[in-house]
Design a binder for this molecule. Structure first.
Ligand code: NAD
Ligand code: 3PG
Length: 526
């Protein structure tokens, strides 16, 4: 049974799901060093934001296939290191969207009406009505930085509450912003016009300290800022200064540069600051959503199925994935075949999507073809996660082409591998929904089901040649399952594909290449 390590608190429903297919061990609060010591025996790791999956952890993970992040942000995982090692990283991109958006709105209302401090004052036995006079949000301007899933939900609710909306998101179309009732503006405009500013963008080297002393100075003295995205997007020291000096009126933070937040000047601020301990995703609903979403993906990957929300391989909607999976199997088989025919050094791979396949997302098919192409050399070291990177590092140029006009099959795929001296091509298609067919090799038409052991010859089409190869195989006690010849003209060049029940014994290939009329012969093992 595979083994799954759960190293952050995860809803029981997710654990139960995993327990159906794996041994699940729960060890929370591990340091990277403790995790690195424990990880070698595990096939999967399930985490939230608390566990730091460092390069050291990934290097120690000898049999890890998947890291499942029960949430959105994967900034606590060294994703490039996982990719290099062929480990799939999955998350739950939507499971906690509503929870994080509602926490943001709660933070905004709390800032506007001083609810946390009023509550604390009541619990301290006071009845102070003057100190807690707030502001309304109605008709105020909300500036949203990052108008993705969470930012969009915040926009929808804030608009319904009568707020005017500005947004900054360099990757968003004006059309989408219009739909949400947001005016897309440059950052400086957003800073200077907003009464409330909320952050919903990822933390990257570019967004680190996006809110700094300089940018805080551009805000209104009545402005209030909310960060339920990631710590480090705001320069905390600059924020403390801006709040103390009255440059802005308030801040509500759910996320921090260092988590858990240690000793910090933020803790000594008054009612102008509201702090919560990274609670954005902490609702019963969100925790159940993300636990199920990620546990299902871990289960699928452990069962050899694809994951739907992988961050380091093409993520596909389940309906599209279902349609593309047989084509991905075809691409992998053809890639493997053309890789074995082309031999060692391949400089480029052309992936030609034909017929109905031409209108599909090509990325998963290209990745599958590369995995197949590299598997004769890299064996189990190559997978869907690292195939693109491995190909790039070997200098293999990938060229994608589309030809919707090809109508031999509803959809077919042609792979052309070019080396320094020659190029080899194979084409394949699906018969029905799932049956793979090789439909041409080096432009010779054939119709063959790929099998585990095959013998391929390039030869002159002449009497007696098939019989001689048959006798050769017979003399080595190799049984032929099926045989087919493809030719373009009578007595011209031809290919022969022989499916064998057994692997070809050593020495037999040399015998076959001696047969008169044989130009080349290949053993192909798929
Ligand atoms: N506090 C929490 O518990 C909690 C919960 C969930 C998500 N999050 C965090 O919230 C953030 C948003 O999550 P999401 O699910 O909405 O992600 P998303 O990917 O749907 O949206 C992010 C948006 O940010 C935009 N963006 C990227 N770079 C930008 C830049 N430099 N300036 C402005 N916009 C930029 C993107 O175009 C995208 O529209 C993430 O950082 C995520 O980790 C926090
Ligand atoms: O990125 C996320 O999903 C949020 O930050 C939530 O993190 P958590 O699951 O650790 O609360």
């Amino acid at each position: 049974m595979p083994k799954v390590l759960v190293s952050d608190p995860i809803e029981q429903v997710g654990i139960d799901l995993l327990a159906q297919v794996a041994q699940v061990d729960i060890h929370t609060g591990l340091s990277p060093a403790e995790l690195a010591a424990m990880i070698p025996g595990y096939d999967a790791l399930m985490i939230r934001s608390g566990t730091k999956v460092t390069q050291e952890v990934i290097e120690a993970a000898h049999q890890l296939k998947i890291i499942g992040r029960a949430g959105v942000g994967v900034d606590n995982i060294d994703v490039p290191a996982a990719t290099r090692k062929g480990i799939i990283v999955v998350n739950s991109p939507e499971g906690n969207t509503i929870a994080a958006a509602e926490h943001t709105l709660a933070m905004m209302m709390s800032l506007a009406r001083h609810i946390p401090d009023a509550n604390e004052s009541m619990k301290a036995g006071k009845w102070d009505r003057k100190r807690f006079t707030g502001v309304e949000i109605y008709k105020k301007t909300l500036g949203i930085i990052g108008l993705g899933k969470i930012g969009s939900h915040v926009a929808t609710v804030a608009r319904a509450m009568g707020m005017k909306l500005l947004a900054y998101d360099p990757f968003l179309s004006t059309e989408r912003a219009d739909q949400l009732g947001c005016r897309l503006v440059e950052l400086d405009v957003l800073f200077s016009e907003s009464d409330f500013i909320t952050l919903h963008l990822p933390k990257t080297p570019e967004t680190q300290h996006l809110i700094s002393g300089d940018t805080l100075a551009k805000m209104k003295p009545t402005a209030r800022i909310i960060n339920c995205a990631r710590g480090g997007i705001i320069d905390e020291m600059a924020l403390v200064t801006a709040l103390k000096e009255g440059q802005i009126a308030g801040a509500a933070l759910d996320v921090f540069e260092e988590e858990p937040l240690g000793e910090s000047a933020l803790r000594s601020l008054g009612m102008e600051a509201i702090l919560t301990p990274h609670l954005g995703a902490s609702t019963e609903e969100a925790q159940a959503n993300v636990a199920i979403d990620v546990a299902e993906q871990i289960r699928d990957v452990l069962l050899g199925l694809p994951a739907r929300s992988a961050v380091n391989i093409p993520g596909l909607r389940p309906d599209i994935l279902e349609k593309l999976t047989p084509y991905m199997q075809l691409a992998e088989t053809l890639g493997n075949l053309v890789g074995q025919l082309a031999g060692g050094r391949i400089e480029s791979l052309e992936v030609r999507l034909q017929g109905e396949l031409a209108s599909n997302d090509s990325q998963p098919i290209v990745i599958a073809a590369l995995k197949g192409l590299l598997s004769p050399a890299l064996r189990e070291r190559v997978n869907y996660v690292n195939a693109g990177l491995e190909a790039k590092e070997r200098g293999i140029r990938v060229i994608e082409t589309r030809d919707a006009s090809q109508r031999d099959y509803s959809g077919s795929l042609c792979l052309i591998a070019k080396g320094p001296l020659e190029s080899r091509s194979v084409t394949g298609a699906l018969l029905g929904e799932h049956e793979l067919r090789i439909t041409s090799i080096d432009d010779f038409p054939i119709n063959v089901s790929p099998t585990r052991h095959m013998l391929l010859t390039l030869h002159r089409d002449m009497p007696g040649i098939i019989g001689k190869i048959g006798s050769n195989l017979g003399s080595f006690n190799v049984n032929i399952a099926s045989m087919q010849v493809g030719r373009k003209m009578v007595r011209g060049n031809a290919v022969m594909v022989i499916s064998l029940d057994d692997p070809l014994p050593e020495g037999l290939l040399a015998e076959i290449t001696k047969v008169q009329g044989i130009r080349d012969a290949y053993i192909v093992n798929l």
